[in-house]
Design a protein around this ligand. Structure first.
Ligand code: GTP
Ligand code: MN
Ligand code: MN
Ligand code: MN
Ligand code: MN
Ligand code: MN
Length: 194
């Protein structure tokens, strides 16, 4: 993954660094695209104010709040729901390549499809950042259609910081996409980008 992998303890001892926490929220689904292609899982990302894709979350102040409480506060602002987050949902920490002195903590949480639908509604009707910091929530297509549509095209877009690597790592770890499908999608995305 781009950026250096460090431990949570090492990160929290660096008092001169800024900390940001972001989360991948996902749910299982039995829905079918075109009535035949199983969606299987719904993964949420967002279109940011700067036109880049990323995960909900943001800067937290470890001197004033825990990482998880700070993330929960950001989720209230960006999603309109204070999705509870605990250390059980913690995945990894990276030193950002740029800007310097930024530490990126990543979380994943499985929720129900009903909870996810409620978040999608609240993101429009209740989030103070809707239309400002956040242009909209988006689901990640996890399938690959015969013409390369789906995950390959999604991966060919532009992502903030190392959020693309966070997405790929999570899809692999959580087994939301098979290793072969994922590898092929990354390869196709490369061809699409040039
Ligand atoms: P403000 O309230 O305007 O300060 O924004 P924020 O607190 O919501 O911060 P933001 O979500 O933009 O995250 C802070 C920094 O973390 C960004 O400037 C990016 O460098 C980085 N970042 C943002 N989103 C992601 C993400 O999904 N993954 C990773 N790894 N980094 C991100
Ligand atoms: Mn924010
Ligand atoms: Mn944010
Ligand atoms: Mn913020
Ligand atoms: Mn803000
Ligand atoms: Mn699966």
């Amino acid at each position: 993954m781009a950026g250096k992998d460090i431990t949570r303890e090492d990160a929290l001892s660096r008092l001169d660094h800024k900390h940001a926490c972001h989360i991948l929220l996902y749910a299982d689904s039995r829905a079918k695209l075109f009535g035949k292609i199983p969606i299987k899982h719904i993964v949420l990302m967002q279109m940011r104010f700067d036109g880049l894709l990323g995960f909900p979350g943001g800067l937290v102040k470890p001197s004033e709040e825990s990482l998880e409480a700070g993330l929960c506060r950001e989720l209230q602002e960006e999603l309109g729901v204070a999705v509870p987050v605990t250390i059980d949902h913690y995945v990894s920490t990276h030193l950002a390549q740029s800007p310097p002195h930024l530490i990126l903590h990543f979380y994943c949480k499985k929720i129900t499809e009903a909870e996810l639908l409620e978040i999608e509604r609240a993101a429009v009707s209740n989030a103070v950042d809707h239309g400002l910091e956040v242009m909209g929530l988006t689901r990640v297509p996890l399938y690959t259609l015969r013409n390369g549509g789906g995950l390959p095209w999604f991966l060919s877009h532009s992502f903030i910081s190392n959020s693309r690597a966070q997405l790929l790592e999570a899809l692999r770890r959580l087994d939301l996409v098979s290793p072969q499908t994922l590898e092929e999608a990354v390869q196709k995305a490369e061809e699409m980008r040039c």
